[in-house]
Design a binder for this molecule. Structure first.
Ligand code: NAP
Length: 230
């Protein structure tokens, strides 16, 4: 059953969240009168909090999640996590099967190239790092756990945008650090790319609207995108 299917009777729903879609879903299901608990991994210091109850932090693998589902008497689970958050989705599928709780998954289609896009399709962060030409000024739209693949490319300048200030110095000889979230507004992203004289963008094909501004901005400015597939 898709997550926007009308429900009969109130249920106790666990949403695996951390995404715009998860917040919208929580808003709607709470408004419909369901008891909603959104689970966040706790990766960001100041997450956007959806309505309903919140729990933060890992469950302790599949066993921990099975225990949680039973103890909390969860009747539905919705996996609305980011498409690149693979481990939590695998654990959730296994745990729901073990606990006999119905699972729905929010599907976020990948972005498709549009006329004018200059995508270089790569299948990993390592491949993206290797594909950058020497002398590039690269916008890395990646979380802190993904940037180490670009370490050693001392012949490039990196402009890195992160939600929270990293605890350690970034591993680049030459970089700028921007703190903030992506904008869905292509004009804002384009202004940023122009200001920092970006020549290449590295992005994962996450899909969705929230992160699409940078993709549209790259198209408008003729900037090649190292697009990491799922
Ligand atoms: P991941 O690698 O798939 O998960 C690693 C572990 O983190 C899981 O095994 C689980 O720990 C815990 N975890 C992840 N998401 C959780 C959640 N919503 N609630 C409770 N525990 C969670 O995940 P990730 O890629 O680090 O992403 C973490 C969170 O950030 C997700 O909620 C995701 O939606 C959000 N997010 C991720 C990205 C991305 O690029 N990956 C982008 C935007 C938002 P236990 O095994 O201990 O339960």
């Amino acid at each position: 059953m898709p997550p926007d299917h009308p429900t009969s009777g109130a249920s106790k729903i666990l949403i695996l969240g951390g995404t715009t879609e998860a917040r919208a879903l929580a808003e709607r299901l709470v408004a419909e009168g369901h008891h909603v608990i959104t689970s966040l991994a706790g990766r960001t210091a100041d997450p956007a909090i959806p309505p309903g109850d919140i729990r933060i932090g890992g469950f302790g693998g599949v066993d921990g999640l099975v225990r949680y589902l039973r103890e909390e008497k969860i009747t539905r689970v919705i996996d609305a996590t980011h498409p690149f958050a693979r481990q939590v989705s695998e654990n959730t599928a296994t745990a729901c099967a073990a606990a006999g709780v119905p699972l729905e998954t929010v599907d976020r289609p990948q972005w498709q190239p549009q006329p004018g896009d200059q995508w270089i399709d790569v299948s990993s962060l390592t491949e993206a790092a290797a594909a950058l030409p020497a002398g590039a000024t690269v916008f890395l739209a990646l979380g802190r756990q993904y940037i180490s693949a670009f370490e050693g490319r001392d012949d490039c300048h990196f402009v890195v945008r992160m939600v929270d200030r990293p605890e350690h110095r970034l591993p680049f000889r030459s970089h700028d650090l921007l703190l903030g979230k992506p904008s869905p507004d292509a004009a804002k992203e384009a202004a940023l790319f122009t200001l920092y004289r970006i020549t290449h963008l590295v992005a994962r094909n996450s899909g969705g609207d929230a992160g699409y501004g940078k993709i549209a901005a790259a198209r408008a400015l003729g900037i090649p995108v190292m697009m990491i597939g799922r």
